[in-house]
Design a protein around this ligand. Structure first.
Ligand code: M6R
Length: 618
């Protein structure tokens, strides 16, 4: 939540900062702003609303200068107003600062600054307090080296802060110089030639450089045009490694697609292929997951698995529960990451915990990961974002390799998570009771997926027509059983977050326990009923809705179409697949249904209201 970009170099900063913000808009879009140093003046443009509003301001009054900072906001403290938009300034007006995170003790610090040094504040934000605190300490410090003084003031201020931050700041009188720091919110340093960058995410800077240093918590970085120096808030000299970003600028463009979400839905044949690339051992009919950093003996000793995550990742975990229990006969529990820390979940020494997160930066998931490690459990990550905090703080894990996911609604990361959980089930299963022939069937089913996904994607026009039919409804119900019960939850989540329609997902059999009271002619039900072991049971539930005149959209495969003819109002037919991999195919039509409904409703698919892609606050 919130995105920051900083630039120092020989080019004009304005277009670089603005372009970077556009790439980070998925992190929040309540307001945006830039501060660029021109001579000894800081030129600021900021306003409430989307980056398009800021771009207009910057066109009307272009800010000049070759270094500066910028921000796109997801509001936490203070309403969405021009005054609360970042950058914020210190008391002297010479230091400008942008911030991603939450300063929890801001009220006490603010009160202290008012009481002791008579500071006045112009916004309701926690960020402005941090800017004032740094400025106040800077004024008190001696020393001719103003760069070192600014770094030391930042360090001293951050020592007083409770909370999370990814920050970038400039001083009007310190030429060609930025300071950045992080704790709990991501910050990456982009290393260029005669230019350097700071950003919340490499996608903001990958058009300029693919060399990046992923900063660690408590790192402070002093950045000039041709050099940088990393130290810690504690004062130690930091060690760092320059990594090569694995994707390029073209990967973060929408290409010919009208929305990132649609592009990412259509990338799923490739992303699913990438999730299993090099990980299938066809000879021994098992999976190879070296990143788990566990020996076969250690894996064999595991007696229980906990899967944790939030939102879409939690739904993947729920599918994972069915998968791993079926393939490996191991007890699996799924925990909302946000609740995990607040429960006394009984855990034995042989419990293995997986934290699932596309971004690898979700605060709740990180909280669960840290709690699990604190209690001494081996904790592994399943992430997309290489070098993310989840990846770095885990004992090992599996990368999704799905490429950047920019649409706020998670799509391709979900199917990659499903593939990885199947691989984990296969690996653990083959060490236990799963036979070679069963293992071989799973591998065949996985290998068939990319081709089957291509067929499902061809249904997009058909699904658009269905979306048009139902565009005026007030809500939608989603039902599924077994592996596809979590897909009903995921279908409802996609629908809610981008169409703002009331939507709920349930196990089909729960209908008769209460939900059936909702059924009426203007409330459609989507049934996920592939031709699988529970098809006939799903069919009973579909009949129950039909008998009460509820419209039915049925998602089916194989012989399902024949049996649903004359019962379902609309049928979406996907290829028949082994039950364990079916969710990878059933979720895609639901992603498309939500997408086409949102487009029909004229909504902003990639930037749904009130949401942000990466939820770095609790
Ligand atoms: O980055 P993460 O996978 O940790 O994100 C978790 C959720 O915030 C995320 O899946 C959210 O629910 C999506 N907007 C769903 O589309």
């Amino acid at each position: 939540m919130c995105g920051i970009v900083g630039y120092v170099g020989r080019s004009e900063a304005a277009p670089i900062l603005l372009d970077g913000l556009r790439r980070l808009e998925y992190r929040g879009y309540d307001s945006a702003g830039v501060a660029i140093v021109n001579g000894e003046t800081i030129e600021t443009r900021k306003c409430a609303g989307r980056i398009a509003n800021l771009a207009k301001l910057m066109t009307e009054r272009p800010p000049a200068g070759q270094y500066g900072i910028s921000h796109t906001r997801w509001a936490t403290h203070g309403k969405v107003t021009d005054e609360n938009a970042h950058p914020h300034f210190d008391h002297s007006g010479k230091i400008a600062l942008v911030h991603n995170g939450v300063i929890e003790n801001y009220a006490a610090l603010r009160e202290q600054l008012v009481r002791e040094v008579g500071h006045k504040f112009t916004s309701d934000t926690d960020t402005e307090v941090l800017a004032h605190l740094i400025g106040s300490i800077y004024e008190q410090l001696d020393g001719k080296d103003s760069k070192a003084r600014l770094v030391n003031a930042t360090r001293a201020a951050l020592k007083q802060v409770i909370g999370t931050y990814g920050i970038a700041l400039v001083h009007a009188h310190i030429k060609d110089f930025l300071v950045g720091a992080r704790r709990g919110s991501p910050l990456v340093l982009g290393v260029g030639k005669d230019e350097n960058f700071l950003a919340s995410d490499v996608s903001a800077i990958v058009a300029h450089t693919r060399d990046a240093v992923y900063l660690n918590d408590f790192d402070i970085v002093a950045v000039s045009r041709d050099t940088f120096e990393i130290s810690s808030v504690g004062g130690d000299t930091g060690s760092y490694q320059i990594s090569r970003v694995e994707f390029g600028a073209e990967d973060v463009n929408r290409g010919e697609f009208p929305h990132y979400m649609l592009k990412e839905i259509f990338e799923q044949a490739d992303s699913v292929r990438d999730a299993m690339r090099g990980r299938l051992n066809t000879e021994e009919c098992t999976a190879k997951l070296g990143g788990l950093n566990m020996t076969a003996a250690q894996l064999r000793d595991v007696t229980r698995i906990v899967l944790t995550g939030c939102g879409t990742a939690l739904h993947a975990a729920l599918v994972g529960e069915y998968l791993i229990e079926q393939l490996a006969s191991l007890p699996v529990e799924v925990e909302y990451a946000s609740e995990f820390r607040h429960r006394n979940t009984p855990m034995s020494g042989n419990t293995l915990v997986f934290a699932i997160s596309q971004s690898g930066e979700t605060a709740d998931t990180l909280g669960a990961l840290r709690e699990s490690r604190r209690k001494g459990y081996r904790t592994l990550g399943i992430c997309n974002n290489v070098a993310s905090t989840v990846a770095r703080e885990s004992d090992g894990g599996v990368y999704m390799h799905a490429g950047p996911e920019i649409g706020v609604a998670a799509t391709k990361s979900f199917t990659s998570q499903l593939v990885i959980l199947t691989l984990i089930g296969l690996l653990l299963g083959r060490m236990r009771h799963l036979s070679t022939s069963e293992g071989s069937l799973i591998i065949e089913a996985l290998e068939a997926l990319p081709g089957q996904i291509e067929s499902v994607l061809k249904l997009s026009d058909h699904i658009r027509a269905i979306a048009k039919e139902y565009v005026s409804v007030n809500g939608i119900l989603f039902f599924g059983r077994q592996f596809n019960f979590p897909i009903a939850l995921e279908g409802a989540l996609k629908m809610k977050e981008i169409t703002y329609l009331f939507a709920e997902g349930h196990p089909s059999a729960e209908l008769k326990h209460g939900i059936i009271a909702l059924v009426r002619p203007d409330l459609p039900s989507v049934f996920i009923a592939p031709d699988d072991a529970v098809f006939s049971k799903n069919l009973n539930n579909i009949e129950q809705v039909k008998a009460r005149k509820g419209p039915i959209i049925a998602l089916t495969s194989g012989d399902g179409r024949k049996q649903l003819k004359g019962i379902a109002n609309d049928i979406i037919e996907i290829p028949r697949a082994a039950d364990v991999v079916t969710p990878v195919l059933t979720v895609i039509p639901l992603q498309l249904l939500a997408y086409h409904m949102a487009v029909e409703l004229g909504l902003d698919v990639d930037k749904p209201r009130n949401l942000a892609k990466s939820v770095t606050v609790e």
